[in-house]
Design a protein around this ligand. Structure first.
Ligand code: PGA
Length: 265
C-alpha cells in the first residue's frame, strides 16, 4: 500500500497573528491541491482560528501542538480535543519531546496515551512523537526507548483506529540543534518502529501508518532524510517558519516519492 507523503510544520511558540496569516496564506497559495502530499500547519493554539481562516479553500490541514486528556471541566488553561475539532482542527501533535521533557516534565507515557485515546475519540488525527535522548542513544537504548514509548503511547488503541495515527520519530538530540540523524539512522529507527507496529496491530495496518522524521529538517538535508523507504514525511520545526524553506522541503519529499514510484510530480 502506498503511503501518502505527509509534511507538517510545527510552529511551536512563534509568530504573531499577522505573521501566522501571512505564512499560512502564502503556503495555501503555493501548495497545489493536486500535489500527492498531505501538508499540515500546527500554529500556537491561540492562532488556530486565524490560520483556519487563512487556509480556507486550500488542501492544507490544520493541527494543534498539544491537547488535554479530559473532555471538559475545571482544568484551567487546558484545551480539550472537542474544542480543537470545534474550531476546525484535523490533527493534534501528542508527546512532543518538549512537552515530555521540557515544559511538562510530568508528561509520561500513560498521560500521553490518555490524550491520544481521547483525541481519537473526538475525531482528531494524532501525530504521536517518540524519540530517544542523546544519552539513551549513546547507551544503545534507542530501540528500547522507542519500543516503550510506542507500546505505552498506543495502549488500548483499536486496530481499526491505527490508520488515523501518524508516528513522528524525533531523536531528541536532533531537535532544534542543527544536528540530524543520517539517512541510515533515520531509516533504521523507522524500520524498527514499523516492525513494532506490525506486532502491536498487524502487518497490513503497520504498512499503512505513516512515520515522519523530525529534527532539524532543512531544505539542504530533506531529500537525504526522506530517502528511506520507511520515512513517509517530516515534522518540521524551525524551517517551517519560512514559506520558501518549507516549500522546498515539501518539494524534496515529492521528488523522492516520484523517483520511487516512477510517477511525475
Ligand atoms: P526542528 O523541530 O525542526 O526545529 O528541529 C522539529 C520538531 O520539534 O518537531
Amino acid at each position: 500500500m502506498a503511503r501518502k507523503l505527509f509534511i507538517a510544520g510545527n510552529w511551536k511558540m512563534n509568530l504573531s497573528a499577522e505573521q501566522c496569516t501571512a505564512l499560512a496564506s502564502e503556503l495555501a497559495g503555493s501548495v497545489g491541491s493536486d500535489w500527492p502530499v498531505e501538508v499540515a500547519l500546527c500554529p500556537p493554539c491561540v492562532y488556530l482560528s486565524v490560520v483556519r481562516a487563512a487556509l480556507d479553500g486550500s488542501a492544507i490541514r490544520l493541527g494543534a501542538q498539544n491537547v488535554y486528556c479530559e473532555s471538559n471541566g475545571a482544568f484551567t488553561g487546558q484545551i480539550s480535543p472537542g474544542m480543537l475539532v470545534d474550531i476546525g482542527c484535523d490533527y493534534v501533535i501528542i508527546g512532543h519531546s518538549e512537552t515530555r521533557h521540557t515544559i511538562e516534565p510530568d508528561e509520561d507515557d500513560a498521560l500521553i496515551n490518555r490524550k491520544l485515546l481521547l483525541a481519537l475519540d473526538a475525531g482528531l488525527n494524532v501525530i504521536l512523537c517518540i524519540g530517544e535522548t542523546l544519552d539513551q542513544r549513546e547507551q544503545a537504548q534507542t530501540d528500547s526507548v522507542l519500543d516503550t514509548q510506542l507500546t505505552a503511547g498506543l495502549a488500548n488503541l483499536q486496530p481499526a483506529s491505527a490508520e488515523t495515527i501518524t508516528i513522528a520519530y524525533e531523536p531528541v538530540w536532533a531537535i532544534g540543534t542543527g544536528q540530524t540523524a543520517t539517512t541510515d539512522q533515520a531509516q533504521q529507527a523507522h524500520a524498527f518502529v514499523r516492525a513494532r507496529l506490525a506486532e502491536l496491530f498487524d502487518p497490513v495496518a503497520a504498512n499503512g501508518i505513516r512515520i515522519q522524521y523530525g529534527g532539524s529538517v532543512k531544505p539542504t538535508n530533506a531529500a537525504e532524510l526522506l530517502a528511506g523507504p520507511d520515512v513517509d514525511g517530516a515534522l518540521v520545526g524551525g524551517a517551517s517558519l519560512k514559506a520558501d524553506d518549507f516549500l522546498e522541503i515539501i518539494k524534496a519529499g515529492l521528488q523522492n516519492a516520484s523517483q520511487t514510484s516512477g510517477t511525475a510530480v
